[in-house]
Ligand binder design. Structure first.
Ligand code: PLP
Length: 455
């Protein structure tokens, strides 16, 4: 196979283009923009048609190899894919041509596992080639920390230090981070999440820490996005598509990384008719599509689909870039994208908490489908889309709604609405018997620095 070299440009257009490796290890471009592939490879119909008989990690290899063949050799990439994706990815039929893709079977029961596990292994791969050691320093208010800790656990050339606000994460979230040990160190800061984040930022610009290669497992890393295109292909390959059928995905969106994965899949040739953007009351993107004016929501609104409480999604600048526009970090559109084309490709809906709860109830009663708040927002978006377009010809299309977390992660909410307690996946029940290990530090940067230097 001919090796294609893909370069990555910054959405702010004021930084040089770089290789994947550099984009991955840098995270953010030096001009503050986000990295985007200059070209997106075209998957041949013939190779896509083979996906139905391939396992998830084999499909992942096939797709990622199109981006990475000039930077990672085939056999190494195969191993990384196999290690990353060793769990089930159920595609459930609800009724007719409506499906739910459950992305909640990974080690932390969140769809973040798909992105972070692959990113961690890619980083470890490149760092090992250079015979270097990196330290990932990251702050968490709960979910991201556990996904990151799990993803990097056991990797040889990377240490992880996670800061969380003492007493402000749930017991399960804390145990997901503190029971791993080895290369994962966890610090409870006697302060707020904002303090943790401030310390991380300060450490990155602290010249006295220069001897340590610090890196972040930032949510905007391109290494997290590309792996997220795989499950769109996988879901399509599992629903036994009729020939000529197109798919419509409903994506519960917060920071719009999930959606970008789907958009990359479509650019690669997946027959997607439309993406339903399902937001909670943080509706800046659906409102942008409707009105043509982008207004960030600050502070963001607190909804029960809490991982989607984002008032200015960073990945939206990537979508704008793909449609020919430029948006800066503050959310100001410096150059308009092709809004008409965006309106054809995406349908925006936003869902209140009350509608989210109603959907959890109705989908369980009507179809026996158990959803948690994020997946319920997506399902409601799908229903709204079908209602809006019901008069149009609907043959030759199927719908896939994404469920992004396990219902057992929201026991109180589910109990209130349905009167049942969802059973825990194995990965979460096993936590009970494990020993925790973490240290507590004063809300004082110097103490943290001392720890990092000794570490
Ligand atoms: C992060 C997250 C989302 C939002 O995904 P984005 O890629 O940020 O749009 C949705 N659901 C759950 C459970 C999440 O953890």
């Amino acid at each position: 196979m001919k090796k294609i070299i893909i370069k990555y440009y910054s959405t702010n257009l004021r930084a040089p283009e770089v290789s994947f490796r550099e984009a991955l290890l840098k995270g953010l471009a030096p001009d503050g923009g986000l990295y985007m592939p200059r070209t997106i490879p075209d998957l041949k119909k013939s190779s896509m048609n083979q996906f139905s008989s391939m396992s998830y990690h084999e499909i992942a290899f096939c797709i990622l190899n199109n981006f990475l063949s000039s930077e990672i050799n085939d056999d190494d990439l195969k191993v990384l894919c196999r290690d990353s994706y060793n769990f089930k990815v159920p595609v459930e039929k609800v009724a007719d041509r409506n499906f739910i893709l459950r992305l909640d079977q990974g080690p932390t029961a969140s769809f973040k596992d798909f992105a972070v596990r692959m990113m961690a292994r890619l980083m470890n791969y490149f760092v090992s080639i250079d015979n270097k050691r990196y330290t990932i320093l990251t702050a968490t208010s709960g979910d991201t920390g556990s996904a990151v800790a799990n993803a990097f656990h056991g990797l040889k050339n990377i240490d992880v230090i996670i800061l969380f606000p003492s007493g402000e994460v749930s017991e399960t979230q804390r145990k997901q981070m503190t029971t791993l040990h080895d290369n994962i160190s966890v610090i409870a800061i006697k302060g707020k999440f904002d303090d943790c984040q401030r310390f991380v930022k300060r450490a990155f610009s602290d010249t006295s820490l220069k001897g340590i290669s610090l890196s972040s497992a930032n949510s905007i890393n391109i290494g997290r996005l590309l792996p997220q295109s795989v499950y769109y292909f996988y879901a399509w390959s599992r629903i036994g598509e009729k020939s000529g059928e197109q798919v419509i995905f409903s994506v519960p969106s917060g920071n719009y990384g999930n959606l970008m994965g789907g958009v990359f899949a479509r650019e690669m040739g997946l027959p997607v008719k439309n993406f339903i953007i399902s937001a909670n009351s943080n509706n800046e993107v659906p409102e942008y599509l409707r009105t043509g004016t982008y207004k960030t929501i600050s502070p963001s609104l607190n909804c029960i689909s809490s991982a989607m409480n984002v008032g200015h999604p960073s990945n939206f600048a990537r979508l704008i870039a793909l449609y020919g526009g430029v948006m800066n970090e503050q959310g100001i559109i410096l150059k308009s994208p092709d809004l008409e084309r965006m309106r054809k490709d995406f349908s925006g809906f936003w869902v209140t908490d009350e509608e989210t709860r109603e959907t959890i109830l109705s989908s369980y009663k009507k179809s026996g489908v158990l959803l948690e708040p994020h997946g319920a927002v997506a399902w409601k978006g799908l229903e709204s889309y079908q209602k809006k377009f019901q008069s149009q010809n609907t043959t030759n299309q199927s719908f896939i709604s994404l469920e992004t977390a396990h219902p057992a992660k929201f026991p109180e909410e589910i109990r209130k609405i349905l009167g049942i307690t969802p059973s825990l996946p194995l990965s979460l029940t096993e936590l009970e018997n494990k020993t925790e290990e973490y240290i507590e530090l004063e809300n004082n940067y110097e103490k943290l620095k001392e720890f990092i230097l000794k570490h």
